[in-house]
Design a protein around this ligand. Sequence first.
Ligand SMILES: C[S@@+](CC[C@H](N)C(=O)[O-])C[C@H]1O[C@@H](n2cnc3c(N)ncnc32)[C@H](O)[C@@H]1O
Length: 219
Amino acid sequence: MSATAATPKPEVRAAFESAKGFMPIGEGLALYAAAVEAGALGLPLLEVGTYCGRSTILLADAARQTGTTALTVDHHRGSEEQQPGWEYHDPETVDPEVGRMDTLPTFRRTLHKAGLEEHVIALVGKSPQVARVWGGSLGFVFIDGGHTDEHANADYEGWVPHLAEGGLLLIHDVFPDPVDEFTGQAPYRVYLRALASGAFAEVSATDSLRVLRRTGPGL
Ligand SMILES: C[S@@+](CC[C@H](N)C(=O)[O-])C[C@H]1O[C@@H](n2cnc3c(N)ncnc32)[C@H](O)[C@@H]1O
């Protein structure tokens, strides 16, 4: 990342900080700077794992600043660790009529309140299924979806083939030490996989967020 990393305006930062979600501000600032940098490629920015739109706010503003569009994929039914009885469950995210989590309404309100709706395309569905029908190139892929090996690898295998050379791959919740993270180390293993592919070089690490640049073809 350059010494002149882009930072969000106070109102965007305030919208991010007040939104429901899991990303701390330090990682958010690194995410934003990477998104603005990648947005200069003129290709869409993609996020896997919308949840209630906290990180999406930053990608939406980065898209606005760089004249591109943010895409965000989620089935909105929550990850394993967000289900009732698990550590990251929030009862407010349950649709009482359906009896299952539904974070889509909160996400829509979050973006509307932040005035960023027109810079985002929400893709509602399972990430690998959406990836299979996606045909375009991407300048930025941010993986923050399911934390099992199955899901994290499927996100990587589904979206990384669309990432243009010079584009950025970001992986959240990378915990090299197993004692640090309740949700497991699948994102860490995907990060190692990306480096071992020879197609990526590490750009930066901010807490559990890793930024890699695609330097060549490969998966
Ligand atoms: C950790 S949360 C994302 C947090 C969000 N980026 C934020 O900043 O608050 C993970 C999200 O991934 C979604 N998810 C998990 N597995 C998925 C899959 N296979 N396809 C689509 N979405 C998935 C869950 O529904 C959940 O909303």
